[in-house]
Design a protein. Structure first.
Lengths: 612, 278
């Protein structure tokens, strides 16, 4: 164990006292922390290379595995988006691309980015790495299941990628996979492609359930002594709530995938009405295409928050640490996360205002949707109020956070347009929608991911990423992404529908040719800029500056491990004992501008800490 | 402090872009001006919040950037401020929701004098049918669809005989007369959308959906499919011609009824049989 850290020493000394059954030695009243009720978890340490790095049971390694696999799918998604933008901006250069190809790229880009990239990255990647460290556990509670979870995800990705190579190619039904066209000939990939997609999604849900059980139960049952729920970092709150949402929402996806597979393979008619195709009546009848949409969005809308809530949590922590100020209104932030999570199950049909469902639903879903704007707005206020009167380090991490605030507020406001039922009517199914959801659940969470990478890289790799490269990476990404999606809203106002392979033969759409070229160029640049990060990581791993422990002077437990990077078991001989929330920054009377969660009250007796 | 300046330029640029954009909505040609008004209102309120939040953030970046000798304020909560912000936001949201719901109420309640237009979609095209002299459309079934019965009208339904079949992908509408668009599809989802009318709704196979509008500008408009329907989606176009009453009546009188169409096919059939016998 490293004894360089004063704080480590103090909790060690103190916790050993408590472990013996007596109360704290320094000041028994104010330092008392309830003793542990159960013994410590036995960990299985890998013995061979394969056990340590391949079929590994350490949540941190699993987190990195998830992260890298998700990033791989993200790069595939990025390349697909380049091809789409090439077709839209410079169709004369995209002669190799048919409408079939275009729609296959659209579909795979959407599904990959939402499910296999963002969801897997936030929950599988950050969740696995950070949950045990932040709640003070040695590992996830079911390490073996956790390992299976990753490999199930890996197989799901392999099946998904295999669909590029089967006859007919991947499905081109749009990521929403709306029947009947998804499984009808005339839609690209309606044979093997869609089957592999449905199988892959099912595997993903199974794998995710294994991981999700781990995240939830670890957070509920394996927190260290003193780590009350209301002392957890917001990152953990965000990931926890997102996991609960996922456990409730993914079954709807699984069910619809199974039913659609049956419609495809056994000609059942869950989603298939009587259909006339090429002059022939098909052997379907009585099914409801709208039923699928309800099931899909019952999953699909919480899915938005499965991505957003971890981003909310992480960005709160990053802002607080780098503004050297406690997160403003912590309790409000927690309840907002939980409230948004709960409400997210009552808004799904706002994706379906013009779907042909009973129009009277519109009143209900518009109201619930706009109600969700209130806790969301509170979170935004609290982020900027955390900056207010802070002592803000304008480093790469903070830049990503600021970029997040701008893009998230922008995308949130356009959400009020689309949620407000009758305003949605003219904008629905146009480029306005594309601009909205990319801004709010593409770019904004991506900003958080990048900020988190720069923030936690010193912990994961023990080296500091290069700041200068990081800033270039940020500015090109932020300015580029903003100039892709901000003007795109106006294409929607003109009335340009989404999912158009070509669009230039209508008078009012012709006016947008120049804008489409501009957007495409910006997209090429932003995509290419992401390789600055890849270069930065490789360069840093080779020659980068070694990180000191806790380089950002943060309070949360992940920075107080026995070694950096943390080893299997995280905390050396004794688990940390928690005495406070992770946001005691700039406390009046304290020597430093931060007080770690492990610091006992008696050690900082002269400070004016509010009871947390 | 270059970071704050760049963010500031982004916000100023966004506002200027909005003011000077050459890309904005097409001239409205229906009664749904209320939708445009609600969008404008949402732009003012939402845009104002966006600019205010960003400017406040930029102010903080300038004013509170890191200094070694300074400490941040320590104030975990401010109940009063949070309460004010919650209620102000709730009021703002309610103010935006109210006009949205009022217009939706108009959207889902079709005026009694609306003329019904049956729009049938397929991969990839549109067909139209109007009620005949009895003012009622005949019932239909996908299984009945054939060359001599393109809409699948039930042959036994007396209301169907005089239905007017428009054999074109362009439909004519009477100016200033509300239209109830009834949407049907024989294969996959489609959406009959004219940007100038603002309104839209999916056509769903297996059911009939509807929406209404009142065209108020004479002219020709392009119909787009606004729900992804397969590889031909982007090319699935149709047309609308809005005419004054007199012109519309002339056009209407030139269209064939279902009965006439059936008779024509029967004749073709008889003639064909005769030819075959010869």
């Amino acid at each position: 164990m490293s004894d360089e850290y004063d704080n480590n020493k103090s909790y060690k000394a103190q916790s050993s006292e408590v472990m013996d059954g007596s109360t704290g030695s320094i000041n028994p009243d104010i330092d008392y922390v309830r003793p542990a009720e159960v013994g410590e978890q036995d960990l299985y340490h890998g013995h061979s290379f394969i056990e340590k790095w391949v079929f590994c049971q350490d949540a941190k390694v699993i987190g990195v595995q998830y992260f890298l696999t998700a990033v791989f799918t993200g790069i595939v998604g990025l390349i697909l988006s380049w091809l789409m933008r090439l077709q839209l901006g410079f169709p004369e250069l995209a002669g190799f691309m048919t409408a079939e190809h275009y729609y296959q790229f659209v579909t795979m880009h959407g599904m990959i980015m939402v499910v296999y990239f963002l969801t897997a990255l936030f929950l599988g990647g950050f969740g696995n790495y950070l949950i045990p460290l932040m709640v003070g556990a040695r590992d996830m509670v079911f390490p073996y299941v956790n390992m299976l979870s990753f490999w199930m995800f890996f197989v799901a990705v392999a099946v998904l990628m295999a669909s590029f190579f089967v006859p007919g190619g991947p499905t081109g039904a749009g990521w929403t996979l709306y029947p009947p066209q998804t499984i009808l000939e005339g839609t690209p990939g309606s044979g093997m492609g869609i089957l592999l997609m449905l199988i892959s999604l099912s595997l993903f849900v199974i794998g995710f359930t294994m991981g999700g059980l781990n995240y939830m139960i670890t957070i509920l049952q394996a927190r260290t002594r003193g780590m009350t729920l209301m002392r957890m970092p917001l990152t953990v709150w965000g990931i926890f709530t997102a996991t609960v949402l996922a456990m409730l929402a993914f079954p709807a996806l699984l069910v619809s995938a199974i039913m659609m597979t049956l419609d495809k393979v056994l000609q059942t008619s869950f989603f298939m009405p009587t259909i006339l195709k090429a002059g022939e009546v098909l052997e379907y009848g009585g099914g409801s295409p709208i039923l699928f949409q309800h099931l899909f969005w019952f999953f699909g809308h919480p899915e938005v928050y499965i991505v957003a809530l971890p981003a909310f949590g992480i960005v709160s922590d990053l802002i607080s640490v780098h503004a050297r100020k406690n997160i403003f209104g912590y309790r409000m932030m927690v309840w907002a996360i939980v409230g948004i999570g709960g409400l997210s199950f009552f808004v799904w049909a706002h994706h379906m205002y013009v779907s042909g469902m009973n129009p009277w639903f519109g009143f209900f879903f518009a109201t619930t949707t706009l109600i969700i704007a209130v806790p969301t707005a509170m979170k935004v206020y609290n982020w900027i109020l955390t900056l207010w009167r802070g002592n803000i380090r304008i480093n790469t991490v903070m830049l990503w956070c600021l970029g997040f605030i701008v893009t998230f507020v922008n995308g949130g406001i356009t959400g009020i347009f689309l949620g407000n039922v009758s305003v949605d009517v003219p904008l629905s199914d146009t480029y306005f929608v594309i601009a909205h959801f990319h801004m709010v659940m593409g770019i904004a969470p991506l900003m958080v991911i990048m900020g988190a990478v720069y923030h936690w890289f010193p912990l994961v790799a023990g080296k500091m990423l290069h700041e200068g490269l990081g800033k270039w990476h940020f500015w090109i990404t932020f300015l580029g992404a903003y100039s892709i999606y901000f003007p795109m809203h106006y294409l929607g106002f003109i009335g340009v529908p989404r999912r158009y392979f070509e669009m230039y033969d209508s008078p009012y759409m012709t006016s947008a040719v120049g804008m489409n070229e501009f957007i495409s160029i910006a997209a090429f640049i932003v995509g290419a800029a992401q390789f600055i990060l890849v270069f930065n990581i490789i360069k840093t791993l080779k020659t980068g500056k070694k990180a000191e422990q806790n380089p950002w002077k943060a309070n949360s437990l992940e920075w107080y491990t026995s070694t950096v990077p943390p080893e299997h078991g995280n905390f050396g001989e004794r688990l940390p004992v928690v005495h406070r929330w992770p946001y005691d920054f700039s406390v009046p009377g304290a020597k430093d501008d931060f007080i770690p969660q492990t610091t006992a009250p008696s050690e900082v007796i002269h400070t004016e800490v509010e009871k947390t | 402090m270059h970071a704050g300046i760049i963010f500031l330029l982004v916000i100023i640029g966004s506002v200027l872009f909005h003011i000077f954009t050459p890309w904005y909505w097409t001239d409205i040609a229906s009664n749904w001006g209320g939708m445009d008004d609600t969008i404008t209102l949402t732009f003012w309120v939402g845009g104002g919040v966006f600019v205010a939040v960003c400017l406040f953030m930029i102010y903080c970046v300038f004013r509170y950037s890191h200094k070694e000798d300074r400490r941040a304020e320590y104030k975990p909560e401010d109940k009063k401020l949070e309460k004010i912000l919650t209620w102000a936001t709730t009021l703002g949201v309610a103010a935006l929701l109210a006009p949205g719901l009022i217009i939706w109420n108009q959207y889902v309640n079709v005026p009694k004098n609306a003329i019904e237009v049956d729009v049938m979609a397929w991969q990839w095209g549109w067909q139209y049918r109007l009620p005949g002299a009895d003012g009622k459309l005949g019932t239909t079934q996908v299984r009945n669809i054939a060359d001599n019965n393109p809409f699948g009208i039930n042959p036994d339904d007396p209301f169907g005989r005089d239905d007017i079949m428009v054999e074109s992908d362009v439909i004519n509408l009477e100016n200033n007369r509300p239209v109830k668009i009834l949407l049907r599809s024989v294969d996959v989802l489609h959406n009959w959308y004219v940007p100038q009318f603002r309104a839209k709704m999916d056509a769903v196979p297996g059911t009939v959906t509807f929406y209404w509008f009142e065209p108020n500008k004479v002219g020709e408009y392009e119909v787009l499919c606004a729900e992804y329907c397969g590889v031909g989606h982007y090319a699935m176009r149709g047309g609308v011609e809005v005419q004054d009453k007199a012109d519309y009546e002339v056009w209407l009188s030139e269209q064939e009824t279902f009965e006439q169409l059936s008779a024509r096919y029967e004749k073709l059939n008889v003639d064909g049989n005769k030819l075959a016998k010869k």
